[in-house]
Design a protein around this ligand. Structure first.
Ligand code: BDR
Ligand code: CA
Length: 312
């Protein structure tokens, strides 16, 4: 039976590729996409999610709108990475279906309560605001979540928005703190993994050569997306962060990591949003996270090519 997932997201070119990877994979049943404020404002993120569903020929997947801003701090967005739409690059079809009217947080709560405990996995590709709010509003959901697999944080690679913090955690550290302390089984895909998943010219060409609509759109998205990190780091491509979350569900053997304690810094101005990863077990704090440290980038891209080729 396919694994049921809810994708909480702020698309984002890399979020978009993650969504496409999930839709191209029969092992996964995408129950819904829930938008969160992050790369751009939440309604624009929801719109972007619907455009990706159109590209994939799956406008039947419902899209919910979640929280407009982080729990405590003002929203910080990332148009400088993703473009003014949040999803610059290709010309995308306009959505043909309306948003769902229920709030995204209530959808998450109701869905977890309506399904057997331990059957729904939350895939988190943006700030953790919706999940944090769902836990505050309905703490009884905690024991019903099978697993949270999230992209966020870093240890060995440092941060990408400050020297200490990665964007998704930095935008809403209070929500991240709640999630990391919740007791839900968590797998964390940090920058330590995603920074090795570089697009490269040859890999983008593979998407162009795929011959389907999804391949062309993916190539055009990545050509826009990679320019920022190429300039910043001097790399030969951009890091595909969020698709690692879905790839981990499909092929966990592509990744290496260990169970450790990870705590979120919420107080310090200097290091706010840092994922303090006790990789060497020096604190004695309880292990709460399956922390992925590295991944097989050729295997990861082979999976992407194979699955995205199945889409229209
Ligand atoms: C994360 O930040 C976003 O801009 C990307 O979509 C990804 O989720 C990487 O730091
Ligand atoms: Ca994202």
């Amino acid at each position: 039976m396919a694994r049921k997932i809810i994708i909480d997201t702020d698309p984002g070119q890399d979020d978009a590729v993650a969504i496409l990877l999930a839709l191209g994979s029969p092992e996964l049943e995408v129950l819904a996409l829930v938008a969160v404020a992050g790369n751009v404002r939440v309604t624009q993120n929801a719109h972007n999610a619907m455009q990706i569903l159109e590209v994939a020929g799956r406008p039947d997947v419902p899209v919910y709108i979640g929280c407009e801003r982080p729990m405590r701090h003002p929203l910080i967005t990332a148009e400088y990475v993703h473009g003014s739409s949040g999803l610059d690059g290709p010309t995308l079809p306009e959505p043909t279906t309306p948003f769902q009217t229920q709030h995204g947080v209530d959808y998450i709560i109701d869905t977890l309560m309506a399904h057997e405990p331990g059957t729904i996995t939350l895939c988190c590709l943006g700030p953790l605001t919706n999940i944090g709010m769902a836990i505050v509003k309905a703490p009884q959901i905690v024991s019903r979540i099978k697993e949270i697999v999230l992209m966020g944080g870093g240890c060995f690679e440092g941060g990408n928005i400050t020297p200490a913090a990665e964007f998704n955690i930095y935008v809403d550290p209070e929500a991240a703190d709640l999630v990391f302390r919740s007791g839900v089984p968590i797998t964390q895909v940090p920058l330590d993994v995603s920074h090795s998943m570089l697009t490269t010219k040859a890999r983008v060409q593979r998407f162009h050569d795929m011959g389907n609509r999804v391949g062309t759109v993916t190539a055009e998205m990545l050509e826009f997306f990679e320019r920022f990190d190429e300039q910043k780091y001097g790399w030969e491509g951009g890091p595909l962060h969020d698709p690692c979350v879905i790839a981990y569900l499909l092929k966990p053997e592509l990744f290496k990591g260990r169970h450790i304690n990870v705590a979120i810094e919420t107080a310090s101005e200097l290091t706010r949003g840092m994922t303090v990863a006790d990789y060497w077990g020096v604190t004695g704090r309880a292990k709460n996270v399956n922390y992925l440290r590295s991944g097989d980038s050729d295997g990861f891209y082979a999976l992407l090519f194979e699955r995205l080729a199945r889409l229209p």
